[in-house]
Write a protein that binds this ligand. Sequence first.
Ligand code: AMP
Length: 431
Amino acid sequence: MAPANEPLPGTSDLWEPEVTDWVLLEQAARDVFGRYGYGELRTPIFERTDVFVRSIGDDTEVVQKEMYTFEDRGGRSLTLRPEGTAGAMRAIACHGLADGEQLRVFYMGPMFRGERPAAGRRRQFHQVGVEAVGGLEPYQDAEAIAMLVHYLEAIGVSGGRVRLNSRGLPEDRAAVSAAMRQHFAPRAQDMCPDCQRRLDSNVWRILDCKNAACQAAVEGAPKMVDLLGDESRGFFAAVCRGLDQLGVAYELAPRLVRGLDYYVHTVFEVVHSGLGAQDALAGGGRYRIGLPGVKRPLDGVGFAAGMERLLMARESLGLKAAGRPGADVFIVALGDEAIPAGLGLAQALRRTDLGLRVLAGLGGRSLKAQMRAAHREGARWALILGDNELAAGTIVCKTMATSQQETIRRDDLVDWLRQAAAAPAAAASTP
Ligand code: AMP
């Protein structure tokens, strides 16, 4: 058994410098999505279970097998969110949407699925996602995909491939399902028990099955777009035209369905070769979701990208934050009077416009021990303050890289640091 202080399987503690990379993903999301008129939405991490069952669909893998569901003290069934769209739709229904109004939101944060942990598959993972709700234009889909590509560029993830398909409208489903059944029925004996059941209940889901035998049966299945009605094919053609116009490269993926029942028309994903077996970086599509208290179903388009996987893709490209946070300045305080003075000096330096990271040795340790700590923290300068310097109004400034030191007036310290900070970095490299 794992020691009690390890995080649970499929969850992790995040430390610097990894956190620096997470912040980069978050800031880029705010920047890029903001340029397209999206605002941030933060919804609760748990919701009533039916919020997810209703919008994700009760025949989906996520709802049937993966949700963390529990009862609260009042006997209500609650669930930790397994994805972001359902909660966003619940929030939008609660907020209200006027006829013709469009709402663009993005979100990011932890999601929870009880999957078997593997590389790139976590039980607590994080998504950054967007929803553009209240419009039915194919160009909106093209713009959402282009925005995702823009975001990937902004975080340095090159080499992602956009795969695109259309599921058409609900009225196209009967024809597509019939053609699929015809294709899969003779192959049923080779497929997994779940897919044998799906042949009757939800034949589309077979396309998404990860079982190798089912995947083999999917080869040669009918191409969905060919089976759609005129309206759906026209919509899909317009999405492709929009992407061409925006210079976004994509591949047609005629059997891509994506797991969730609420998708209509466009479905897409971005895959990346740096991820290994779980190669999906992001996925999304256009949806039509009926919500309680909202007269008409909501039309929208959105996507979600797995942040752990974005970081894995960055790492595969050699992009990874290094080092750990340290200090620019370490104040070595020696003596009963100098220690509290060092405490005050550190605070004063942090408040200057120099943006310095400042630590002070406040434990009364020896000069040698404090100098070692200054090295460990990667300090560029050690400022030595003893009771003698305190009385004389001076301080000893030591440049760590060169070991040069000089005694200056305390009043001149900020100017001294300003000049030292402006000096070429080579002379002040950290150990
Ligand atoms: P989905 O909501 O299943 O379409 O997932 C959207 C994206 O979230 C995927 O493309 C992955 O990048 C990521 N993702 C989904 N499930 C997991 C998981 N269990 N662990 C890590 N990332 C995940």
